[in-house]
Design a protein around this ligand. Structure first.
Ligand code: MLT
Length: 275
């Protein structure tokens, strides 16, 4: 994927043709836009723009991104990321997109839907949920954020490997397991910290879905232990025009574990929008 101009509020990359309403890829935590590589290469005919979240990949820190979108000193929030994504799209001259977010990327897609509704031509929610955290999950996130800023650094997210990959991947694909362990070890501590605080602060956005009258995809790995089938049903139930896909032999990282199925589902979503 080609990186676009360096003056964007977030590092952004484009691939495929520059006509048609593009898919906007929003990555999961604590990774960056590279997690989509295997999916993007399987759909060369689809226009795609992807971004790195603040503090991940080539994007500036959360504080710099907040400053760039006119919210200096903002507390960590996914709303700031949504505003930064909207600013990237405006600079690229893109007026409508199909946000497709995996896990944390899904939370950003929902914040974008709430704050920048007119940008949405469709939506893809992968291995994610629309509800807020309970008190225990929130406390755990704040603990990890503090640990990442302290001595633990990136190792604060090492235990995530247990939840990210499905049982089949763990049993049969040691190469992918090693790759994801490496990505967790390389996760930037400042990115981990703001990301966890922002996710802890996110509200329940289930009712945002009820206001969406665009084609939607809700997708989940059948072996995902972090985003449940109940979460899928909660989201799908609110959406007027939705395809639900359950990807066999995949956990939370469907886009890395089964990129063929994910690319097929995204291509169908893109075609439903670009009729
Ligand atoms: C992700 O994959 O983005 C994370 O699992 C999101 C989360 O911690 O809720």
């Amino acid at each position: 994927m080609a990186e676009v101009s360096g003056s964007e509020p977030l590092a952004a990359y484009r691939s495929g043709p520059h006509h048609g309403i593009p898919i906007l890829l929003l990555h999961g935590f604590p990774l960056d836009a590279l997690m989509w590589e295997d999916v993007v290469m399987r759909m060369p005919e689809v226009p795609v723009i992807s971004v790195d979240a603040p503090g991940f990949g080539d994007s500036p820190s959360f504080a710099d991104v907040a400053y760039a979108v006119g919210r200096p000193g903002a507390h960590p929030s996914l709303e700031v990321v949504a505003d930064a994504v909207a600013a990237v799209l405006a600079r690229e001259g893109i007026h409508r997109v199909i946000p497709v977010g995996l896990s944390m990327g899904g939370y950003v897609a929902l914040a974008l839907a709430e704050r920048h509704y007119s940008l949405l031509a469709g939506i893809g929610l992968l291995d994610t949920k629309s509800t807020a955290d309970d008190a225990a999950a929130r406390a755990n996130r704040l603990r990890i954020a503090d640990a990442a800023e302290g001595e633990a650094g990136s190792t604060a997210v090492a235990p995530m490997i247990d939840g990210l990959l499905g049982a089949t991947t763990k049993a049969e694909r040691p190469d992918l397991v090693a790759e994801v362990i490496g990505l967790l070890a390389a996760a930037p501590p400042a990115g981990i910290a703001w990301g966890q605080r922002a996710m802890a602060a996110r509200p329940d956005r289930t009712e945002v879905l009820a206001a969406l009258d665009v084609p939607a995809l809700v997708l989940r790995g059948a072996e995902d232990v972090l985003s449940t089938q109940e979460a899928v049903e909660t989201m799908a139930h609110r959406l007027a025009d939705v395809e639900v896909v359950v990807v066999p032999e995949a956990g939370h990282m469907t886009a890395m574990e089964q990129p063929d199925e994910v690319a097929e589902a995204l291509r169908r979503l893109w075609e439903r929008v670009n009729v």
